[in-house]
Write a protein that binds this ligand. Structure first.
Ligand code: DX5
Ligand code: ZN
Length: 236
């Protein structure tokens, strides 16, 4: 599917709950993907870590290429790696539909964001809890997805950092409606409503799905909480 078609579908489906493929059973990836499909996931968030940009190692393009054969769900690759431009072609050929790069890894991201869009994929930018939103402001019109980290990246199961909420509010006021505003880290039943009220419409969730026995029920519960909070949000 083209970039615009995927983006249109995701915006239409919002609030999107994107399961983070990190705290999964790596010996049974086929089964995990099937369970997520049956659970009604509309996208998979792939956490790529290089043990350099973040202090943990997960998987790279070879594993993504294998996953690509198992499902037609769009892949949203969150590249927690140093020098992502060097590996962009590998992630494109592996079949990622959205590629999100850290501003801390690529201080001048214009050409990389343009290259991602040139390949007809969604271009995303992400910032860590300590990075101010002003750092990414000049590049927002080159992005289809903006991701606010609500934990320091590297591990699932961390506590949500409320500093993300002010950033989401600020970014939502700067972004056009067709740009996805995402939040990642510590999202669960106790935190998703505040993130939705702050303007997020795309929620990455790891523990809140994978620690539950029924992935479908977990996804639907999170989506309901986000939908209600977004509907109740006071107009500014
Ligand atoms: C953290 C990753 C997240 C993480 C989320 O570095 O980017 O996607 O897996 O996991 P939870 O939802 O458990 O915080
Ligand atoms: Zn992530």
């Amino acid at each position: 599917m083209s970039r615009t078609a995927i983006l249109r579908n995701l915006v239409h489906d919002a609030p999107v709950i994107a399961p983070s493929v990190l705290k999964v059973d790596y010996g049974n990836l086929h089964r995990e993907v099937q369970l997520l499909e049956r659970a009604g996931a509309s996208v998979l968030h792939l956490d790529v870590m290089d043990a350099h940009f973040v202090p943990n190692l997960s998987y790279g393009p070879m594993v993504i290429e294998s996953l690509r054969k198992l499902t037609e769900l769009p892949f949203d690759a969150h590249l927690m790696i140093s020098d992502p431009g060097r590996y962009l072609d590998d992630y494109l050929s592996a079949g990622c539909d959205a590629i999100t790069i850290h501003i801390e890894a690529v201080p001048e991201p214009q050409s990389l964001l343009r290259d991602i869009r040139k390949a007809d994929r969604l271009a995303g930018i992400v910032l860590n809890p300590d990075t101010p939103v002003e750092r990414i402001r000049p590049y927002l019109d080159l992005c289809d997805l903006v991701l606010v980290m609500s934990v320091n990246p590297g591990f699932g199961g961390q506590k949500f950092m409320p500093i993300a909420l002010e950033k989401l509010k600020q970014l939502r006021s700067w972004l056009p409606a067709e740009t996805l505003l995402s939040v990642d880290g510590g999202i669960g039943a106790g935190t998703i409503a505040s993130a939705a009220a702050a303007g997020a419409n795309y929620f990455v969730a790891g523990s809140a799905i994978f620690d539950q026995p029924d992935y479908g029920a977990a996804i639907r519960h999170l989506a309901d909480l986000a939908r209600t909070a977004a509907a109740e949000k006071p107009r500014e």
